[in-house]
Unconditional design. Structure first.
Length: 755
């Protein structure tokens, strides 16, 4: 069962993604019949997959969605914004519920109410009006009319009639007719009769089912159909007079149903409160508004639901105040009928979330071929042992060992590259998420935006791809909120009303370049200079001396924002600073170009794979440490006479530049003895203020290593980038000089200021 559930979750997420893309394509090309067909097939497959498990609200919602999309295929209803909106919200709910099942084994609280509200929107699209789906008593089948007569004491409460005629061999296929009937929620009446006259004597078959079961339920049609989903060909379902969802909501008023809606609203208050203090997803505000509105609709509080929807354009604080006022108003109103019996749920998967990686078979074949070569190389060492035992000369053996070592080195590097290639993932996994995001954000901002995506087949390491969404999100938000003008402003500037955002990716050697560009207003250096002075980031004299490129780079300063007002999308001053930090964590960098009135281009230069790192091993105070070669500018042997005391510290001159000199043991807080040598061994590394020279006792080897993140006790040690193993089995601490220097701001400070 666990394996089946894992596969279900994987396929569900893939179908959600593909269906969302097709819905957005359908919105761009309303007449695209094939797009409608693809969306319908995705929802149909989703419904079938959910049907394998016991989640009636989910199945009922997807059934309603399938009805709506089927009507769009036949032209009965238009594939317009209303259908696309509710379908996208259904996919959002499906994704959330899949996450909940993965973690807890069951649907989240409030899923039934949310499913009912969304299903009602589909029914309204199909048959608008207060009597939607109500059946005329004159056209009801005879068996249904008999049920109405038999249940007259129920005061018109019945809403759905079901006739179930099991196959005569159902016991041999695992069906339990009466067990299914007991699972029907809101059961009001049941009638069991023989489907055919009973046979007598020797003709009677005790193992053949001969039942004709009819029943009435107060549950919605979709919930009744969900119970019989695996025997649908044996079931007939009819809507009874007055059997609309609005009519049946009346008998289902319970304190518990109102509590579910209240819990949903309380959760939205928590989410909205978090938005006030952090940079959140662009669609979260709208998602919270819609979740609150759906919960209120489900309990009949339509006016409050409309108030929530009107708050969309006013920010998170306004929406939160409305929801809090509703919660303060007392118990919630009526809600859709809940299932009378708890359904059997799947067990949570436990452990980490399901993570899969699809690999090209050709890459696996190449890896297997390398393993074969590695086995041959290993056997060569056994042959060398035999030669040594035979008394072969040392010189000959040394040459053979060096050749074997070279071969092993070549194979290990090739093997590393081959394994890294298995982790290569197309950037489309990130890029395709932005079509929906841009659509929702543009609608919230009242802007007409066209998104272009190119190079989505470009591949990068899975770790890079998974970390890329957050920085890209900040950049795209800024383009939407600050970069692109509204339609009226663009018209006055002689631009098309629709703004354009491009997300592009390309491979540049061992790097991947991701570019986000817009054709908006651009960045005004003069405005940045004023804002930098206002925020106290730079003095008036400092910004006056900076060129435009340097001023533009100020957007990466912590806390810097060009927004006049904090909005739902941006304006808190953490966006571009977070972009640079994320790029540096991935071993990359970010750059920006802008022209007033023409737009802005932001480029992320990122490594394509997690490659081997070249590390310099140095000795200080009797211990060995590693420093990544990327952090080292150069290695210098400097006569001690060339090191001078300057402004409370030591410094030397390199290429007409004064460089502070600090002993590595002092930075690490170790007690070290000054070596009585004529020369100082200096490691010139990058620091925030420029470069600094770290004095070490000895330069050792340079090695290729895979640096593992610090763990255990080492994780809490500031300045440790990670660890790796040396050839003799010792663990080598790889230092991060920049963070060590940042943690000791007084070191070298006087020297820099004294230059």
């Amino acid at each position: 069962m666990k394996e089946l559930l894992e596969q279900f979750l994987i396929e569900t997420r893939e179908l959600v993604q593909s269906a969302a893309e097709d819905l957005l394509a359908l919105e761009a090309s309303p007449g695209d019949v094939e797009a409608v067909n693809r969306v319908f097939r995705a929802f149909h497959t989703l419904k079938g997959s959910v049907g394998l498990f016991d989640y009636p609200p989910w199945f009922a919602l997807l059934h309603a969605a399938e009805d709506g999309l089927s009507a769009a295929r036949t032209g009965t209803v238009p594939a317009d914004a209303n259908l696309i909106d509710v379908s996208l919200e259904t996919l959002d709910a499906t994704a959330r519920w899949a996450d909940s099942i993965e973690k807890t084994g069951q649907l989240p609280g409030g899923a039934t109410a949310e499913a009912g509200a969304l299903a009602e929107r589909y029914r309204h699209l199909l048959t608008p009006g207060p009597k939607a789906r109500g059946a005329d008593a004159a056209v009801l089948p005879g068996w249904a009319l008999q049920l109405v007569d038999a249940s007259a004491d129920f005061g018109g409460k019945p809403s759905t009639a079901v006739r179930y005629r099991p196959r005569d061999d159902c016991f041999f296929t695992g069906d339990d007719p009466l067990g299914l009937v007991r699972k029907v929620p809101g059961l009001l009446a049941v009638s069991v009769a023989p489907a055919a006259p009973w046979r007598s004597g020797e003709e009677f078959d005790a193992f053949a089912c001969n039942l004709d079961i009819t029943l009435l339920t107060a549950a919605p049609r979709e919930e009744a159909e969900a119970v019989f989903r695996l025997v649908g060909d044996q079931v007939t379902v009819v809507d009874m007079p007055g059997g609309t969802r609005a009519a049946m909501a009346e008998p289902a008023v319970t304190p518990a149903s109102g509590a579910v809606a209240a819990a949903i609203l309380a959760e939205q208050v928590r989410v909205l409160a978090a938005m006030n203090g952090s940079d959140t997803d662009a669609g979260r505000l709208e998602a919270s508004a819609r979740a609150a509105a759906n919960a209120l609709l489900s309990v009949g509080q339509d006016g409050d639901a409309r108030r929530c929807e009107r708050m969309l354009g006013r920010g998170s604080d306004a929406l939160r105040e409305v929801i809090e006022s509703v919660l303060a108003g007392g118990p919630m109103g009526p809600s859709p009928t809940e299932a009378s019996e708890p359904t059997e749920q799947s067990q949570p998967l436990g452990g980490d979330a399901v993570r899969t990686l699809r690999v090209d078979a050709a890459r696996l074949d190449a890896l297997l071929a390398l393993i074969g070569e590695l086995v041959i190389a290993r056997n060569a060492f056994g042959h060398l042992t035999t030669r040594a035992e035979a008394g072969e000369s040392a010189g000959t053996l040394i040459r053979a060992i060096r050749e074997a070592d070279t071969n092993i080195g070549r194979l290990s590097i090739t093997l590393h590259r081959s394994v890294m290639s298995l982790r290569l993932t197309p950037l489309s996994q990130v890029f395709r998420r932005f079509a929906r995001l841009v659509r929702e954000a543009a609608r919230a901002l009242g802007k007409n935006v066209v998104l272009h995506i190119e190079g989505e087949d470009t591949e990068a390491d899975r770790g890079i791809v998974e970390s890329l969404f957050e920085p890209l999100l900040h950049v795209v938000r800024n383009a939407l909120d600050h970069g692109l003008e509204d339609a009226a402003t663009r018209r006055r500037g002689g631009k098309p009303e629709a703004g354009h955002i491009r997300i592009e990716a390309s491979q540049d050697g061992d790097s991947v370049v991701v570019t986000v560009s817009d054709d908006g207003r651009g960045i005004d250096p003069a405005f940045l200079r004023r804002r930098a002075v206002e925020r106290g980031l730079r003095s008036t004299e400092a910004v006056a001396a900076m060129d435009d490129d340097a001023v533009t780079d100020l957007i990466f300063a912590p806390g810097f924002s060009t927004a006049e007002v904090i909005g739902a999308l941006s304006g808190r001053g953490v966006g571009m600073d977070a972009v640079r930090a994320a790029a540096e964590r991935m071993g990359g960098r970010v750059s920006v170009e802008s022209r007033i009135g023409r737009g802005t281009v932001v480029r992320l230069h990122l490594p394509r794979t997690i490659a081997l790192t070249r590390v310099m091993v140095v000795r200080a105070s009797g211990e060995s440490y590693g420093v990544a070669m990327d952090a080292i500018v150069e290695v210098v042997r400097k006569p001690r006479a060339g090191i001078h005391a300057v402004a409370g510290g030591n410094a030397t001159v390199l290429r007409d530049q004064t460089v502070p000199v600090v002993r590595l043991v002092d930075l690490l807080g170790h007690e070290g003895v000054s070596l009585a040598t004529q020369e100082a061994l200096l490691l010139i590394v990058r620091a925030a203020e420029g470069t600094i020279a770290l004095e070490v006792d000895r330069f050792e080897e340079r090695i290729d290593a895979i640096i593992r993140p610090p763990s255990g006790l080492v994780r809490s040690v500031l300045g440790v980038a990670g660890t790796t193993l040396l050839g003799d089995g010792r663990v080598l601490l790889v230092l991060d000089p920049a963070s060590i220097l940042a943690s000791a701001p007084s070191v070298g400070r006087q020297t820099w200021e004294g230059r």
